[in-house]
Design a protein around this ligand. Structure first.
Ligand code: AMP
Length: 114
């Protein structure tokens, strides 16, 4: 999608710090990290949010979660633990309308998820 920030990052039109990439997904460091490790995992296909995945192929969705795990492995936090979050819509404060998963870790995270 031409005016989507994350589509531009995936296309290399806007710089990012890549952590991992495969056929279906791209992972890069969040520009405003909320934890010692904060990586964003996005599908290469433009999907606005979790709220609009009804017709998205299962392999694309599975690839996103698998990439979250791979990121945790690459970042050395697979054993210590990590959190995967996807904000969807206004009440969740989603600010970029391209499906993404925050992978957070590298430190003790808060029990408070709200
Ligand atoms: P959300 O609020 O869940 O939609 O998350 C969007 C995330 O994208 C935020 O954590 C931002 O810090 C992050 N972000 C915005 N622009 C960039 C960028 N150019 N490179 C990396 N991360 C970004």
């Amino acid at each position: 999608m031409s005016d989507c920030l994350f589509c531009k990052i995936i296309a290399g039109e806007i710089p990012s710090t890549k952590v991992y990439e495969d056929d279906n997904t791209y992972a890069f460091r969040d520009i405003n990290p909320m934890a010692k490790t904060h990586v964003l995992v996005v599908p290469k296909q433009h999907i606005p949010s979790v709220g609009e995945i009804e017709n998205v192929p299962d392999d694309v969705l599975a690839a996103c979660l698998r990439t979250c795990r791979r990121v945790a492995e690459c970042e050395g936090i697979l054993q210590s633990g990590f959190r995967v979050i996807s904000n969807c819509g206004k009440d969740a404060c989603q600010s970029v309308q391209h499906l993404h998963f925050h992978v957070l870790g590298g430190q003790q995270l808060s029990e408070n998820m709200a």
